[in-house]
Design a protein around this ligand. Structure first.
Ligand SMILES: Nc1ncnc2c1ncn2[C@@H]1O[C@H](COP(=O)(O)OP(=O)(O)OP(=O)(O)O)[C@@H](O)[C@H]1O
Ligand SMILES: [Mg+2]
Length: 301
């Protein structure tokens, strides 16, 4: 794919995502356009599987930038997120120098870039040939607060300090996308540095457009029924409502089974593609599924 320029309007931002197969609503295109224009991180919150992570991937692909991903988890620390020294290589260098009778020289060079292992945050501050990279800080709610505080500093100045080497600062800030599933609230101070966008479930029109883009082999009639069914499920206060990923999987599964439209037996047999908790499946299977199929068919026309 030829790299697209940075969008200069909301329409272009929407078009940029569409070029990567991502169907955005106007509100998301607006947030993205503003984040790129104001060079501020974009903080995306939303339920599982609504397309948060995908935005960063598509952005990197369509802008022709490197994607640098920091996957967050409990206990994530500076050594895994920013840099660490390559101790084995440092020790090896000292041993070799000692053997050559030059131990003094080795001690001087040991804290130089060649012994530095660069982790995602440091990589994101470096110069990249295609322009500033896309830095995806994924599932930030999984880290703990000290890391969040550290990140706050990095995102304010786009700079980190390595005591032995000094500060490393980005010439041009990376494009930062932060995602959270809101398993806990992220601190206000960090949110304030960012533009915030809640990624919601799509409406039926947009979900059909997403299926067209991501599962082009699925017939329109079946696609409309699937979307109607899934949208109904989301209104049922299930333990885990289906995300867009589940809609795409289900459409692919039903097509693989040669289904032309929804029927009770096929739906019951494939509910595990859409719902991932036994309690939810037990609740929907049978009568509820039959009613939902009827409603989805009616809505699809
Ligand atoms: N608007 C969209 N247009 C096209 N594809 C989409 C869209 N939204 C979601 N998808 C697809 O849905 C799937 C799930 O998206 P993604 O992994 O980005 O979700 P997520 O919000 O990051 O979920 P989680 O919180 O579980 O990590 C991906 O395969 C993605 O391609
Ligand atoms: Mg994700």
């Amino acid at each position: 794919m030829a790299a697209h320029p940075v969008p200069t309007s909301i329409d272009q931002a929407a078009e940029l995502l569409r070029a990567g197969g991502y169907v955005a609503d106007r509100a998301l295109a607006t947030s993205l356009f503003l984040a790129l224009t104001m060079q501020r991180p974009l903080f995306l919150e939303g339920e599982a599987g609504v397309g948060k992570t995908e935005i960063a991937k598509v952005l990197a692909a369509t802008l022709g930038r490197d994607l640098i991903r920091l996957q967050c988890y409990e206990g994530l620390d500076v050594a895994s997120a920013v840099y660490e020294w390559n101790y084995p290589r440092q020790i090896m260098a000292i041993r070799l120098a000692e053997a050559a009778g030059k131990a003094g020289d080795a001690a001087q060079g040991i804290y130089s870039e060649q012994y530095l292992i660069k982790r995602p945050l440091l990589q994101a501050l470096e110069k990249h040939a295609g322009g500033p990279p896309v830095l995806l800080i994924d599932e930030l709610d999984r880290t703990d607060e000290p890391f969040e505080a550290f990140l706050l500093e990095v995102l304010s100045d786009f700079q980190v300090t390595i005591p032995e080497l000094g500060p490393v600062k980005a010439d041009q800030p990376p494009i930062v996308i932060i995602t959270s599933n809101r398993t806990r609230e992220i601190h206000d101070a960090l949110k304030r540095r960012c533009l915030y966008h809640w990624v919601d479930y799509p409406n039926a029109d947009r979900e059909r457009a997403i299926l067209k883009s991501k599962a082009p082999g699925v017939a329109d009639r079946l696609s409309a029924q699937i979307v109607g069914f899934v949208q109904n499920l989301r209104g049922m206060e299930l333990f885990k409502p289906p995300g867009i990923a589940e809609t795409i999987d289900w459409a692919t599964a039903l097509t693989a089974l040669n289904a032309k439209e929804l029927d009770a037996a096929t739906v019951d047999a494939t509910l595990g593609v859409v719902l991932k908790y036994q309690d939810d499946i037990a609740r929907v299977r049978g009568d509820v599924a039959a009613d939902t199929i009827a409603a989805a068919k009616k809505a699809a026309g």
